[in-house]
Design a protein around this ligand. Sequence first.
Ligand SMILES: [Ca+2]
Ligand SMILES: [Ca+2]
Ligand SMILES: [Ca+2]
Length: 105
Amino acid sequence: MIQIYILGGHRTILHFDGDGFSNLREFLANTDPTNLEDKPPCWADYDLDDDVDRIDLAIFASEFVPRDCLGRNHCKCDLDFDDMVNELDVRFFSKDYGLFDCLRR
Ligand SMILES: [Ca+2]
Ligand SMILES: [Ca+2]
Ligand SMILES: [Ca+2]
């Protein structure tokens, strides 16, 4: 959570171009937060079946516990790469939930 403030302050959780994704998400995905057409790819398609559905939710829920994701405990649901699956990852996951055609994004 501390990294969020270092990366750009409170405004990084906002989104300015209206594409529905936060500036932090666009920063992490290397997409343009001022371009409505440039959107981050699906991150939460954990089972790689081209959508983000209840199966991905079950995978997310299995990792959503306070634990260290470093080393052998790698967590695929740590979407912001802060070595924890926490509330910020929930925010990212919830934005992806219901997306389909993930392989074409
Ligand atoms: Ca954008
Ligand atoms: Ca999926
Ligand atoms: Ca995380």
